[in-house]
Structure formats: C-alpha cells, structure tokens
Ligand binder design. Structure first.
Ligand code: ZN
Length: 202
C-alpha cells in the first residue's frame, strides 16, 4: 500500500466481498485497520456485502473515509446512507451493470460518491463493459443538475487504454486493480494513466 501511494495513487480502494452478495470472499475491517497507519490518502471501502448495515460502524472505526454499498444489499437505502454519515464517513451508492440509476432520485442530498461498476462485482481482472460509459454519462448529468459536490467513480477493467473514455463520459475517480498491481512498476502505470487523463483535458 505504501508503494502504490508513493507511486501516485490518490485513494486506496478497498473491495469487501462476502460470498453471499457476491460469489467471492475478500477482506474485512481488520485489514482496513492494519492498512490505515501506513497511508495518508483516503481509504474508499466498497462493500459488496448483504446485509450491509451491521458492518458499517466497524469499517468507520477501522479508518474508512468513504463507504459505498449496493442498493440491492440494503432494505432501506436512505437509512444506510445516513448511518455511514453518522459514523463520520462519506457515503455512496454503487451501480452494477444491470442496476437502474433511479435509486439516486430521492437520496442525492445524502450522496458523496456514485460508483459505476464496469464489470459485474465479485472478481478482479475482468474486462470493461462498454455500456458502463452510458451510465457514467447519466450519473454525470444527475450530479451536474444537483449542483452538489459528488465524486463519480468507475470500477472494473480500467486500464491505460480505456481510462480516457471513462473520463470523457464524465468519471473523475478511477479504480485500477490488476492494471497497476499486475505490473512491476506502479508509477509507470499511474503516470501513463495521468497522461491519458491530461489528453482529455479533465
Ligand atoms: Zn470496488
């Protein structure tokens, strides 16, 4: 984690999978707590967990700065967003490739981040689903119309050769896992991504 921050990462994105909401099992609050003292950048916890409410205070205590969840994983979206904020974190909703965007309509005032999945959640190393670009554009319009300060993140299959397309669609925050960790030189990848973003003027 220290190496990737030294290489220029702005945020640590932390994927939590529960073998129930998604078919895989990853890491929990103890690992978040273990990482926290080693990085000064925000930790962005992406909960692929159902039910979701019980674990939120644990991640807040473990040092999360941002917590996002999937609307399908919460019985009461408004309450879950408020729970995250009450625990001192920024809150966001995550949209799978097949999840409609209407979940945002009545909760924009409680949203700090919108995360568009460009793969189906559950595994790293999948290929980018181009339909996600349309959803990024929809989310961009909703954010601009709201006039609120909301991050628009894209997660899944982001690489040097498609980060510009995601930015042009309106994303401003980019999750890259295997694109960075699969290469020996993290800085070379992050620099190449920044060069691509500079080319788009965003
Ligand atoms: Zn994620």
């Amino acid at each position: 984690m220290r190496n990737v921050v030294a290489a220029g990462a702005d945020i640590i994105h932390f994927d939590v999978m529960d073998n129930h909401y998604v078919p895989n099992l990853t890491i929990g609050p103890l690992v978040c707590q273990a990482i926290r003292p080693h990085v000064q950048v925000p930790i962005d916890v992406h909960l692929m967990v159902k039910p979701v409410d019980r674990i939120i205070p644990d991640f807040a205590k473990a040092g999360a700065d941002i917590i996002t969840f999937h609307p399908e994983a919460s019985e009461h979206i408004d309450r879950t967003l408020q729970l995250i904020r009450d625990n001192g974190c920024k809150a966001g909703l995550v949209f799978n490739p097949g999840t409609p965007m209407h979940y945002l309509q009545h909760v924009m005032d409680k949203i700090d981040m919108i995360l568009i999945m460009s793969v189906n959640p559950g595994f790293g190393g999948q290929s980018f689903i181009p339909e996600a670009l349309k959803k990024i554009a929809i989310a961009r319009r909703m954010i601009d119309e709201s006039g609120r300060d909301i991050l628009l993140e894209v997660d899944g299959g982001i690489k040097v050769d498609n980060i510009a397309a995601a930015a042009e669609a309106g994303a401003d925050t980019f999750v890259a896992g295997s694109a960075i960790f699969g290469k020996p030189d993290y800085k070379a990848v992050i620099d190449a991504m920044r060069a691509e973003l500079a080319r788009t003027g965003r």
